[in-house]
Design a binder for this molecule. Sequence first.
Ligand code: CXF
Ligand code: ZN
Length: 369
Amino acid sequence: MTLRYKAAVLHAPKSPLVVETVEAKELAADDVLVRIKAVGLCHTDLEVIEGSLRNPMPIVLGHEAAGIVEQAGPSARGVAVGDHVVLSWNPHCGHCFYCDRDLPILCEPYLAQAPLAVQFDGHSRARLSDGRDLKHLMYLGALAEYCIVPAQQAIVMPKELPFEHGCLIGCGIMTGVGAAINVASIHYGDAVMVIGCGAVGLAAVQGARMAGAATIIAVDLADAKLQMARHLGATHAINASREDVIAVSKKLTGGRGVDVVLESAGSEAGFRASMEAARPGGEVIWLGKTDVESQVAFRWGSLMQEKRIRRSSYGGARPLRDFPMLARAALEGTLHLEEMITARIALEQVNEGFDALRRGAAIRSVVIF
Ligand code: CXF
Ligand code: ZN
């Protein structure tokens, strides 16, 4: 019998999402059918709506999700019916050039197929009621009551963790905390600056705290976000619209600059400040992103003095290793997830949710099913 379910479908860029009934296709042998319980609205979804991140349409957005496994194909490994799972958006083949070098985020089939918005085997798993194929954003398309994914993308989470907290682990939390604990080398007692205090930046603040940073300087243009950053572990907060970020950070570090900068604003000013704020020999991790065609300018001198620059898209994620670790940190009270949620909304309110993200009025709106 065909499974019909509600999904938020984008038919064209710059148009509202349409919540409509769609149809599931057959599961492949290693697929699982996940009943989605919570999904966070992320800036990457918004980029597709705005048209700056081009994807084929019609497409189901949503890539930060948690739910319950309702069906498992005969060769789905590591996950069983009834398991609570957090979804990963980085399936990988495990045996290409980059997988062999421990860089699943650069997995060759993963990167090659991502722009096609299909599932990892190259096929769609859903269709519109008129029979047309649906595309899936980031190998998920989880803004829907159901989502079919290969088992490798469904990571079992403890049942005590609420779904609305678990879903955040799948993108923003993994990216920000992972940048601090997997990608950067933060030493106990270090000074860390986090530029941009949206979901990823607030996660990076928490990651810096978890890594043992003694000084955590949060930078943003909005006082409310800075206040939240302090609550989550920042020792200092700088409103860049009123204060000189570089002068303040030098003053706090004996004139040297910070050991590590985690940039998550994705603005030219943010990228530039990140380079200026790092001490000689310090490390700069760029998490934020801007339009791929845009030019970003720096003062050449800010790149000198043995600084190390890295780009990270998913916090060095190894979901099987990291999602349970993040879930445990949340259950122990080390990682604060409730604070990241600005609003809980119904699927029918998804367009209002994206409006709030666009206005900078929400850290995370979470759609609850
Ligand atoms: C993004 C990071 C850049 C590549 C696409 C996904 N992260 C999550 O939303
Ligand atoms: Zn995301």
